[in-house]
Structures are given as C-alpha cells and as structure tokens.
Write a protein that binds this ligand. Sequence first.
Ligand code: CA
Length: 223
Amino acid sequence: MRALVVEDDARIASDLGTALQSAGFRVESCADGEEAWFLGDTEDYDLVVLDLGLPKLDGLTVLKRWRGNGREMPVLVLTARGAWTERVEGIDAGADDYLPKPFRMEELVSRSRALVRRSAGRGSAMQQAGDLVVDTNRMSVSLRGVPMSVTALEYRLLAYLMLHRDRIIAPGELLEHLYGDEDAREANALEAVVTRLRRKLGPGILGTRRGFGYYLEPSEPEG
Ligand code: CA
C-alpha cells in the first residue's frame, strides 16, 4: 500500500512516516501544498494523510482541486484541535475521515487501514480468498488455518492482491504499490517475490494470467 503524508511539521511528519511504515505502507512525504497537489494529481496512492495548515497552498484547497480533477484516493485530514469548522469544511471538500491534533498514532493507523479497506470495498480486517486469510490489522497471513511467516514485502503483495481480488493486477500497478517511487521498480524484482511466495504457498493460490498480471485463486477474475 502506498501512502502520501502531507505535513509541514517535520516531527509529526516523521512520526507519521514511521507509524505508517510499520503498518505496512510505503510512505512518501511532502511539506507544502503545491507539491502535495502535484503528487496527488499525478501519482496513484492508496491513502493520503493531509494536514490542512500548509505553506504555499492550504490543505483544503489541495483537496478540492484533487476531487475537482476526479482524484478519488482516500484522504484523512488532520485538523486543529477543537476547530469543528475545519472538520466540516474538510468533509465537505471530500475528505473520507479526519483526526483532530493532537492524535494517537494508533488511532491514525487504525483509521488509515479502515479507509484503505473501505475504498477497496472491503469492510472487514480479515480478508479471505479460498484457503488464504490475510489479517490487515495484525499484518499476518495464514493458509488453511496455519500461520505463515512472510516478509514485509510478501505481506504487502498478498494484502494488495487480496484487497483487489475482484480483478487481475498488472505488474506495473503492483510494483508501484509495493515500492512507491523508489528505484527498485524492476519487473525481475517482482517476479522473484512472486516465485518465492509461490514456493511458500504451494499451487493454486497465487495465479498469473500471461500478459495481464496476478490474482488470488480460486477464481480467475475478469480481465
Ligand atoms: Ca501544519
């Protein structure tokens, strides 16, 4: 899962980055509204955490521009304490959730996960496809009821396929959501992870449709 953190307070931004990373997100950060607007308009994120008080362009304007441009990623806004007008304005502008500052990181992480699940049309933290269960709260995977040991990268791959199991995921999309804008976006790297996972999972779990991409069995989704 790929997250964008927009926050000009360096310390909060760093804490947010750490918390979301340990929750399984690839985190990118920016500290002003103009860059945020550009990134959100051109990149594909699974979640955005958006502070409203930002230099250059305020968060509310950024959010309105994204929504006006048809950008539909889930956005959680951070508002000043007690500023109920900000919360109302944020939601009116298209925010999916909000948290007043100061907030507990645990709550932010839990709300973030819920937003990602809801935006994929999945309400529950426990997701199942055939014999495979992914618990997005505990970040754990089990197969036929037996817990599996997976790396962070393998977890992210399975969780992404699980949340989007109604379709086949192209390698490019998977790479982007696994690695973000890092340099490691090589098809070979992805194939290596898939091969390793297949060995762990055994046959009949992680499917490939040649020329299209990957999906979780048992059923092969439409194109
Ligand atoms: Ca701020």
